[in-house]
Design a protein around this ligand. Structure first.
Ligand code: NAD
Length: 262
């Protein structure tokens, strides 16, 4: 049976684990040829190997989204291996728990360098490739509920994720005439290593005492009353990558169990 992403060449950054790994595997199962890109080469290779072991097409690439040369090499690898680039998911990201007054200059720079500038450079370099190919493309940026609402324990993370929404809207307007669509996904409370680190950050800051207290506290606020798994995000990601969403651009889709109502 043909997949919904047959013949597409797709890059997923931060695909060595968590949400990115799940998206990469789902894209491959839908027929895409996937570049599994991560700063952690070993994790990226494991994900690519899993995809190939189940009959899919994938390569792994080491990328650091803070470095333009590294991003260019990632895109060249996609073009060389899979003949072009149709979709990129700018998913690589970091998080940190810091009370507002404690965010240092360095905390700010580190956060924005990966989560905002990293997304900008990945967008620029991938869009240049799509423009050269001349048949459009789909750019999917990973924002967050923190890109829609400020949270007092992670203001710099929120600023980076609001920034991702701004980049999404600006690029959608800039490249709509070239049929390059740019959309963002806002996950909520997803059970990944990132949230384990955030939960630990709450405890380190003395904001919570028990393991998973912060995690469960946020989950309790969702309308659906359960945490998200990376699999909850695959449906919307496949949709945004596929031609089913050909008339959608500049949008930010909240997939978070009902936590932030737009
Ligand atoms: N987990 C959540 O609840 C949640 C909620 C909303 C948004 N998000 C966003 O979704 C994305 C994925 O989150 P996750 O929970 O899977 O996180 P994760 O920490 O489990 O995975 C992130 C991946 O990004 C990679 N990465 C980090 N810095 C990088 C860099 N400079 N270059 C390349 N790769 C780099 C890491 O090695 C890791 O494999 C992030 O952008 C995150 O902000 C997550």
């Amino acid at each position: 049976m043909p997949g919904r992403l047959n013949h597409q060449s797709i890059i997923v950054t931060g695909a060595g684990r968590g949400i990115g790994a799940e998206l990469a595997q789902t894209f491959a199962a839908e027929g895409a040829k996937v570049v599994v890109a991560d700063v952690n080469q070993g994790n990226a290779a494991n994900v690519a190997n899993r995809i190939m072991a189940s009959g899919g097409s994938a390569i792994s690439v080491e990328v650091d989204v803070r470095k333009r040369d590294s991003i260019r090499a990632m895109i060249s690898a996609a073009v060389k291996e899979f003949g072009g680039l149709d979709t990129i998911v700018n998913n690589a990201g970091i998080a940190q728990v810091r009370s507002f007054l404690d965010i240092s200059d360095e905390d700010w720079d580190t956060m924005l360098e990966v989560n905002a500038r990293g997304v900008l450079i990945c967008m620029q370099e991938s869009i240049k490739q799509m423009l050269a190919q001349g048949h459009g493309g789909s750019v999917i940026n990973m924002s967050s509920i923190a890109g829609k609402q400020g949270y007092p324990t992670q203001a710099h993370y929120c600023a980076s994720k609001f920034g991702v929404v701004a980049l999404t809207q600006a690029a959608a307007k800039a490249f709509g005439p070239n049929r390059i669509r740019v959309n963002a996904i806002c996950p909520g409370i997803v059970a990944t290593d990132m949230w384990k680190m955030i939960d630990q950050g709450f405890r380190d800051a003395g904001l919570t005492k028990e393991e998973n207290e912060a995690f469960n506290g946020y989950v309790a606020l969702t309308a659906l009353g359960r945490p998200s798994t990376p699999a909850d995000l695959t449906g919307v990601a496949v949709y945004l990558a596929s031609h089913e969403s050909d008339y959608m651009t500049g949008q930010t889709l909240l997939v978070e169990g009902g936590l932030v109502f737009d």
